[in-house]
Ligand binder design. Sequence first.
Ligand code: NAD
Ligand code: AKB
Length: 309
Amino acid sequence: MTFEKILVTGAGGQIGSELVPFLSEIFGKDRVFPSDVRSNTTDPRFINLDVTDKTSVELAIDKYKIDSIFHLAAILSAKGEKNPELAYKVNVSGLYNILEASVKNKVKLVLTPSSIGIFGPDTPKENVPIETIARPVTMYGITKLMAEHLGNYYHARFGLNARGLRFPGLISYKSPPGGGTTDYSIEMIIEAVKGRNYKCFLKEDSKLPMMYMPDALDSLLKLAEAEDSRLKHRTDFNVTSFSVTPKELELELRKYYRSFEVTYQPDFRQRIADSWPGSLDASAAVQEWDFHPNYDLRSTTEDMISHLK
Ligand code: NAD
Ligand code: AKB
């Protein structure tokens, strides 16, 4: 598949701020259009775009002759529990506007990341397959599950090439995370590198699946470029690299910072973490588009530390 004009929504966020340079390097700067509701950039390509504004979404896709979209604009789990109405508006109405405008303008690809947030307390905890019990208990999870179904609906009904993958917690150092439950992992590494101790908002044994940003970027590109004929799934691929508890991350960091200490004081985010699985089965992504993560806990920590230093 060739992508001529690529729109990235939510481009100022944790993923977008790395996906834009990554795609620009591969496809050329003039083919990638970063957009966000926040404008904190001097990038001349930047489009100020609120995805909840249907008319603006349609105008932007039409004006810039967009043929593919990485739709990253969203409100994450912890922020979404503080403002469920905003999470609903951005995650559901925002996606609806993107899908509608994409059908109208014959956009060739709409790729929307989903999340382990779509699972709930009734989901099995380990090696969770794609199809399983998914009864999320957060507004974030409910909206992300709906987003997967909306993508499938637009594919079945209008032939739109909607795709998506369920990311675990993403670890990265270039931009701060946007208000999620897995953010503790990034915060803990940053504090260790700064020579400070860390107060963790999750319990020490809260195991969650994680992935390092280079693997996340690579998986977005691989799914975007995957042969349609190989896809049995569309919007709900599980992807994961490794699973870790806060205590295991603390111990990994102590290999580099011997006096580093973490205290555990769970807050409202513990309930969210408790409702998510500890590990995922990513075999469909491996079979259907050659998903292949390169980083484990050790190499992620090592690389994060070397860059943060
Ligand atoms: P983020 O919170 O860092 O960034 C989201 C961006 O969306 C922000 O720059 C924000 O300004 C923008 N935004 C918010 N409302 C908007 C609106 N109305 N119009 C346009 N832009 C708006 O999030 P992220 O971590 O980059 O996540 C991107 C996608 O990946 C989301 O769909 C998220 O659910 C998914 N995801 C992320 C993770 C992770 O760990 N980062 C894990 C699983 C899934
Ligand atoms: C969050 O914690 O909300 C995100 C996610 C796993 O979707 N990082």
